[in-house]
Design a protein around this ligand. Structure first.
Ligand SMILES: Cc1cc2nc3c(=O)[nH]c(=O)nc-3n(C[C@H](O)[C@H](O)[C@H](O)COP(=O)(O)O)c2cc1C
Length: 197
């Protein structure tokens, strides 16, 4: 387990809670991405990255993708599928899992959308990706974040009768606030991790 690290970015605290639960379950190091430098990841073989969902994106994932040079890993995954790789960097390749924390309904469609927005196409089937239920406290969301949420709610409301059930639920959660954080949600990731090592 010493070659695994959970790295995360949490603005409002939900991802921080999940990251620490995962770290406890796996007995591995946990660190906020802002407390790390790229070179700190060198010694780890498995990186579990988590971030709050922000207008479809996963916070901090852009930085992590650059650090991991995901392009260099293409041959590693090819070799896993049976094609022998000639990339000398394979030895250093890392396995990656991603979790995103949000307040939308956890549907297959939302997970697909999350993958489409955040992962290069070639990684979508190779990097396990999970959505965990987060929290939203309207009184804490200010400035640009408050503006984005206002626009999102307006965009959804403008759909009128075309609004889906999931979109109505999302509007209520933003309007009334919610706390959906639940430790049980990490179990799928923890199980998959065991199969990965
Ligand atoms: C500006 C903003 C945009 C958000 N966009 C989404 C979104 O697209 N989908 C979603 O499920 N949740 C969205 N959320 C809700 C957050 O993902 C949720 O509050 C999460 O728990 C935040 O993680 P954190 O507490 O680790 O920062 C958004 C929240 C804010 C403030």
């Amino acid at each position: 387990m010493n070659d695994t690290i959970v790295v995360y970015r949490s603005k409002y605290g939900s991802t921080d809670i999940y990251a620490k639960w995962i770290g406890e379950a796996l007995g591995c190091r946990v660190s906020e991405i802002r407390n790390l430098k790229k070179r700190d990841l060198e010694r780890y073989k498995i990186i579990i990255y988590g971030g709050g969902i922000h207008a479809g994106g996963i916070r901090g994932w852009d930085v992590m993708q650059k650090w991991l040079k995901l392009d260099l890993m293409a041959d590693y995954y090819k070799s896993k599928e049976g094609t022998k790789s000639t990339n000398p960097k394979d030895e250093q390749s890392k396995k990656v899992m991603v979790f995103a924390v949000g307040i939308g309904e956890k549907t297959e469609e939302n997970l697909k959308q999350l993958r489409d927005v955040n992962l290069y196409k070639k990684w979508q089937t190779h990097i396990p990706c999970y959505i965990f239920s987060g929290a939203y406290r309207p009184e804490k969301v200010k400035g640009i974040d408050g503006f984005i949420m206002k626009m999102m709610v307006k965009f959804l409301r403008d759909k009128g009768l075309n609004m889906s059930r999931e979109e109505r639920i999302l509007i209520d959660r933003v309007k009334d606030g919610c706390d959906l954080i639940n430790k049980d949600e990490i179990s799928a990731l923890v199980e998959d991790y065991k199969n990965l090592i």
